[in-house]
Design a protein around this ligand. Structure first.
Ligand code: AKG
Length: 319
């Protein structure tokens, strides 16, 4: 009869094989770039069904935002509008810091005040518009006609309209730490560039995805920030490893990952499939709009949730 530890070793081996076989059988070594959008059926067959990222040129060519969105236009059209802005001491909002999952300080300010912060960055505070509650439709409704409110070939392929349309604009120091979402994501860069580091969900056994006490930054009256526990939210699953400088002594299994890097430039759209781990950095003043299509009722999501629970049982058993 096999012992529990033999079973765990066997499962670890299987999880490692999933990662290797996916790489050998169907994953691309680099994110491909299409020179124009393809039909919804082709998009579905070649990218959505196999859960593979792709960059598409020209999908947002007709958006007037590509020509119009700059500081003077924003000041004129929405300068007085109050928008939600996050503030951190280091650019890392929603990231593991000092062993906690720390969320940013969040505040409302007029768009003009926010633009002032970007024009004259301060050494101790990083400002980023990154509220992911469909802020484009909620807070930027006066400029919504400059973009489309969905991507037609994506909506048709996913079989539903987007659940959220988000506007992102910020400081070049703002970084989104490694995490993953249950959304199919069409991420359109309007100005500047965004750099994505991507790891497929088939490699989840190698990515440390753990529970952390949630907390948030609070700016102190005399300057500086403190980290305050958020008891109401409790523990949150997140990835502590920084792919720009991975701590391999602490997370040795991470060396088995094969991250893909892709820079998405103005006018390009990245299809970031659900469940891929991603880390995002950006040029200063970069502007983007993304569309999230919720996929948590999808069979893939449930399959990967199952893989995840198996891998958690194995790592708990090893400790
Ligand atoms: O642009 C960013 O900073 C993060 C984007 C992201 O994480 C997402 O769209 O899921």
């Amino acid at each position: 009869m096999s012992s529990q530890s033999d079973v765990c070793t066997g499962i670890t081996e299987c999880l490692r094989n999933v990662a290797e076989e996916a790489r050998e059988l169907y994953l691309d070594k680099q994110v491909p770039v299409l020179s124009a959008p393809v039909s919804p059926l082709t998009f579905y067959r070649q990218y959505v069904a196999p859960n593979k990222p792709v960059v598409v040129e020209g999908a947002i060519r007709h958006w007037s935002a590509l020509q119009q969105w700059d500081e003077s236009y924003f000041r004129k059209k929405i300068g007085d509008v109050k928008v939600s802005v996050t503030v951190t001491p280091n650019g890392y909002a929603d990231a593991v810091t000092d062993g906690k999952f720390v969320m940013p300080d969040e505040r409302k300010m007029s768009m003009s005040e926010f633009l002032d912060k970007l024009e004259r960055p301060d050494d101790h505070r990083v400002f980023y518009i990154q509220k992911q509650n469909s802020n484009l439709t909620e807070e930027f409704s006066s400029i919504i006609s400059d973009v489309d409110t969905h991507i037609d070939w994506g909506t048709e392929a996913f079989g539903q309209p987007p659940d959220a349309v988000n506007f992102w604009m910020g400081d070049g120091r703002a970084v989104t730490s490694m995490h993953r979402d249950h959304y199919e994501n069409l991420y359109c860069v309007v100005r500047g560039w965004k750099k994505f580091i991507l790891i497929p969900p088939t490699e989840l056994a190698h990515v440390p995805y753990e529970l952390y006490q949630s907390a948030y930054y609070r700016e102190k009256d005399k300057g500086g920030f403190e980290i305050v526990d958020d008891e109401a939210t409790g523990k949150v699953p997140w990835v502590a490893i920084d792919p720009l400088s991975p701590d391999l002594d602490r997370y040795p299994q991470y060396r088995h990952t094969r991250p893909l890097e892709v820079t998405v430039h103005a006018g390009q759209t990245l299809y970031l499939p659900s469940l891929w781990f991603h880390h995002v950095s950006q040029s200063h003043d970069c502007i983007a709009v993304n569309f999230w299509y919720d996929m948590q009722y999808d069979i893939k999501y449930n399959y990967y949730k199952f893989l995840e629970s198996v891998s958690k049982v194995v790592s708990a058993e090893k400790q």
